[in-house]
Design a protein around this ligand. Structure first.
Ligand code: SAM
Ligand code: SF4
Length: 337
């Protein structure tokens, strides 16, 4: 392997991983306050001039698609649906060639209203985050009484053909740890695909505790009290979810064991924050400032070169289970989950 990033071609790191999947955070703001993500109040927002404009976002995505081999673009946040220019951004990214697949990770609030326009603009798929089907628990977990809005958003996404509609759930000890079977039943009944994610140390208030985290093993044990799960014969590739056939298939459920069974060796992601910083990993402690370069009139070649250099330095793994692990200074909502 060469000893430095190439001056042309894809986003490769020193371990030979190639990043084809770009996560773009469109905002650090949100209309919920999930306890595993944000504090109830007091989290400072990025200042307006620090945020990339819609045009700057589209330019950087274009560089990634045209020059760096990115084939998947996922918009996230914060809550991406609250970015006013979202439909225009999706339209512009769908016009790029080769056309990337475009998806969105959202809490679903307002998706019932926006799904038709997003689908028409070129959005292919959505992941909607939903951790509980109980209205009181939802309000405790997200600090906002919006369960009905999320359920309406899910239905709206399916009606607009944004399929497969996936649900992302995080289980928390003493809050919703018993809800895995009910969430799977709900997903099966509505033809949504459920993926349950281990909680990671990315909350702004640094409240994560390894010893109380609900593990993938516990999630599977809980699901198996109701369902028969058998290993999915389909190739996993770079997908973070380990999938299981439910009651013989074809329905599936995914478990994302980011902490107990990390998949860093197969990671194909690169990340762009809402203020234009490239991050090689959710847990990276370094960022590369593309916004400054872009606003200093760097051309596309220079932006691509900086992006390659940033990815070359990607570490082998996140090291959450290592005693020397340091949580990133930015919370998940500011990095883009
Ligand atoms: N607001 C959108 C949403 O909730 O889907 C997009 C951003 S959110 C940060 C992206 C995903 O990260 C959500 O599925 C959320 O549940 C997940 N997430 C947030 N904090 C997490 C944590 N500490 N551990 C695991 N997943 C987390
Ligand atoms: Fe908002 Fe998503 Fe974080 Fe919940 S997980 S507070 S919906 S950004």
């Amino acid at each position: 392997m060469s000893a430095a990033p190439g001056t042309n071609g894809v986003l490769v790191d020193r371990y030979g991983r190639v990043a084809r999947d770009l996560r773009v955070s469109l905002t650090d703001k949100c209309n919920l306050r999930c306890t595993y993500c944000m504090p109830a109040e007091g989290l400072p927002w990025l200042a307006g001039p620090e945020l990339l404009t819609d045009e700057e976002i589209v330019r950087l995505v274009r560089v990634a698609v045209e020059r760096l081999g990115v084939t998947e673009v996922r918009f996230t946040g914060g809550e991406p649906l609250i970015r006013p220019g979202l439909v225009g951004i999706v339209t512009a990214v769908a016009a790029l060639r080769p056309r990337p697949r475009i998806s969105l990770t959202t809490n679903g609030i307002g998706l019932d209203r926006l799904a038709p326009a997003l689908s028409a603009a070129g959005l292919d798929r959505v992941n909607v985050s939903l951790d509980t089907l109980d209205a009181d628990r939802f309000t405790r977990l997200t600090r906002r009484p919006r369960l009905d809005a999320v359920l309406a958003g899910l239905a709206g996404a399916a009606a607009a053909g944004l399929s497969p509609v996936k649900i992302n759930s995080v289980l928390m000890r003493g809050v919703n740890e018993d809800e895995a079977p009910a969430l799977l039943r709900f997903a099966l009944d509505h033809d949504y695909q459920l993926r349950i994610i281990e909680q990671m140390p990315l909350d702004a208030q640094h409240g994560w505790d390894r010893s109380t985290m609900v593990t993938a093993e516990e999630i599977l044990t809980s699901l198996r009290t109701v369902f028969d799960l058998s290993p999915d014969p389909a190739e996993r590739g770079a997908a973070p979810a380990e999938t299981w056939l439910v009651d013989g298939g074809p329905a599936r459920v995914g478990v994302i064991a980011s902490v107990t069974r990390p998949f860093c060796g197969d990671c194909d992601r690169t990340r762009l924050t809402a203020d234009g910083q490239v991050r090689a990993c959710l847990f990276a402690t370094e960022e590369s400032d593309l916004r400054a370069a872009l606003r200093a009139d760097a051309d596309d070649d220079e932006l691509a070169r900086r992006w390659r250099t940033a990815m070359w330095g990607k570490r082998a793994g996140h090291g959450i289970d290592d005693p020397t692990f340091l949580q990133p200074t930015r919370p998940m909502s500011a990095i883009g989950g």
